[in-house]
Design a protein around this ligand. Structure first.
Ligand SMILES: Cc1ncc(COP(=O)(O)O)c(C=O)c1O
Length: 387
C-alpha cells in the first residue's frame, strides 16, 4: 500500500544531518562537533517554574495562542530587545518550537505553485514544508556574498509567483548575520511588492557583532512589519530546546489565519513549558548573556585555529556554527566528513545537508566545552595535514 502515500511526502528526504548522525553513532569514541543546540542546561529558575506548574496542576489546555501572560511577556521582550511592537492578544501565537512556527506560517501563506526565495546554503527545515504545500523553493546562491542575502540577488529571482522571502539570520549553518545596509536594501526592494517576508530570528540573542551591534529585524521598519512574520523562540536563547516553545509575531490579519492552522494542528503548546517560558521571559531576560560570552570566546578560538590550519572561512558573527570551505582538499563534503570520522574520530556535518549550495563546506558547532573544542581542532588539524 506504500504507493498510496501522498507523493509530496514520498518526495521528502530524511534530513542529511540525521543520516550522518546514524553513521556517527557507530563511533562512540568520536568527538562530535555536530550539535545544533546549546550545551548549557536550562537555567534553574526556569526548571523550577516548570516543576511548580506541574505541582499546581497547570496541566490542562491553554488558549490556542498560549497563555496571555506569556504572550505579554514575549511582546515586552521583543520591544525591549529589538524595538518591535506586537499586540499580545491578536498578533502573537505560542508555538511548539520555532519548527511549528515555520510550519504554520508557510502553510498559511503558500499555495500550489507559489515560489519561496531563500538563501543557499540554509537550515534544512524550510524546503520540505514548502514542498508539502506544493510550492517551489527558489535558492539565492550566497556562497560569494559572505552567505548574506543581497537585494540585487533576490531581485533576479523575483517572479509573479513569488509569495515570500525567507530571511534566516543569524544563520544556521553559516553563522552569518545581516548588516543594517543589507536589511535596508532588502526592505527597499520588497516595500512596494505583494511579497511576504518570513524572518526566522531564532538565534537573535546570539549575535557577536564586533562593534557591539545587536540583532536587527526587518520588521522594525514600520511599513515592512505589515508583510513580515517574525519567528523566534526560547530554544537557543534560554537553552530550552526540549521544552518546545516558539512564537510567531505577525500583524493581526495574518495571525488570525495562522491561528486556525495552529489550532487544528496542535491546539496549543505544552502548558508546563509555557509556564517555564513565562519565567524565562519575565525573570531571565539576561540568561543568554553568559552563554553568549562563552560562545564568543569559543568562536574566536575555533575560528583562529581554522585560519591557522589554512582553511578558507567567513568569520561568523552569530549563532554557534562555523562553515569552512573544504573545496581545496578535493573531497566532497560527505567524503571529508566520513574520512575525518574514520581517521581521527571527529564528527562534523557535511555541508550538503544544507541544500546543494552547502556542498564543498562542512558545519562545525562550537556549542561544546573548550576542552572538547581544543581536542577536536587538534584532530582536525592532523587530518588536514594528512590530505
Ligand atoms: C534556523 C533555525 N530555525 C528553526 C529551528 C528550530 O527551532 P526549534 O527547536 O525551536 O523548533 C532551528 C533549529 O536548529 C534553526 O536552526
Amino acid at each position: 500500500m506504500e504507493h498510496l502515500i501522498n507523493p509530496r511526502v514520498q518526495g521528502i528526504q530524511i534530513s542529511g544531518i540525521r543520516q550522518f548522525f546514524t553513521m556517527v553513532a557507530n563511533y562512540p569514541d568520536a568527538i562530535s562537533l555536530t550539535i545544533g543546540q546549546p550545551d548549557f542546561m536550562t537555567p534553574e529558575h526556569i526548571k523550577e517554574a516548570g516543576k511548580r506548574a506541574i505541582e499546581e496542576n497547570k496541566t490542562i489546555y491553554t488558549p490556542n495562542a498560549g497563555i496571555l501572560a506569556l504572550r505579554e511577556a514575549a511582546a515586552q521582550f521583543m520591544q525591549e530587545r529589538y524595538g518591535l511592537r506586537y499586540d499580545p492578544e491578536h498578533e502573537i501565537i505560542t508555538t511548539v518550537g520555532a519548527s511549528q512556527a515555520i510550519d504554520i506560517t508557510l502553510r498559511t501563506i503558500l499555495e500550489e505553485g507559489s515560489e519561496v526565495i531563500l538563501p543557499g546554503p540554509v537550515y534544512p527545515g524550510y524546503e520540505p514544508i514548502i514542498k508539502l504545500c506544493g510550492a517551489v523553493p527558489v535558492y539565492v546562491d550566497t556562497r560569494d556574498t559572505g552567505f548574506k542575502m543581497r537585494a540585487d540577488r533576490i531581485k533576479e529571482k523575483i517572479s509573479d509567483r513569488t509569495r515570500c522571502i525567507i530571511l534566516p539570520y543569524p544563520s544556521n549553518p553559516t553563522g552569518c548575520i545581516l548588516d543594517r545596509q543589507s536589511v535596508e536594501e532588502i526592505a527597499e526592494l520588497v516595500r512596494e511588492k505583494e511579497i511576504f517576508i518570513v524572518s526566522d530570528e531564532i538565534y537573535s540573542e546570539l549575535v557577536y557583532g564586533e562593534s557591539g551591534e545587536k540583532h536587527l529585524s526587518i520588521a522594525s521598519f514600520s511599513d515592512l512589519r505589515e508583510k513580515t512574520i517574525v519567528i523566534n523562540g526560547l530554544s537557543k536563547s534560554h537553552a530550552m530546546t526540549g521544552w518546545r516553545v516558539g512564537f510567531t509575531f505577525a500583524p493581526r490579519y495574518l495571525t488570525q489565519h495562522m491561528l486556525k492552522v495552529h489550532q487544528y494542528n496542535v491546539s496549543c503548546a505544552s502548558s508546563v513549558s509555557q509556564y517555564a517560558s513565562l519565567e524565562a521571559l519575565q525573570n531571565g531576560a539576561l540568561d543568554a548573556e553568559p552563554m553568549r560570552d562563552a560562545y564568543r570566546s569559543r568562536r574566536d578560538y575555533v575560528y583562529e585555529r581554522l585560519v591557522q590550519m589554512g582553511m578558507d572561512i567567513v568569520k561568523p558573527e552569530g549563532a554557534f556554527y562555523l562553515f569552512p570551505s573544504i573545496q581545496k582538499y578535493g573531497l566532497s563534503s560527505w567524503e571529508f566528513a566520513k574520512r575525518l570520522l574514520e581517521q581521527e574520530r571527529v564528527a562534523v556535518v557535511p555541508g550538503d545537508a544544507f541544500s546543494h549550495y552547502g556542498e564543498g563546506y562542512v558545519r562545525l558547532s562550537y556549542a561544546y566545552s573548550m576542552d572538547v573544542l581544543e581536542e577536536g581542532c587538534n584532530r582536525l588539524e592532523k587530518f588536514i595535514t594528512s590530505l
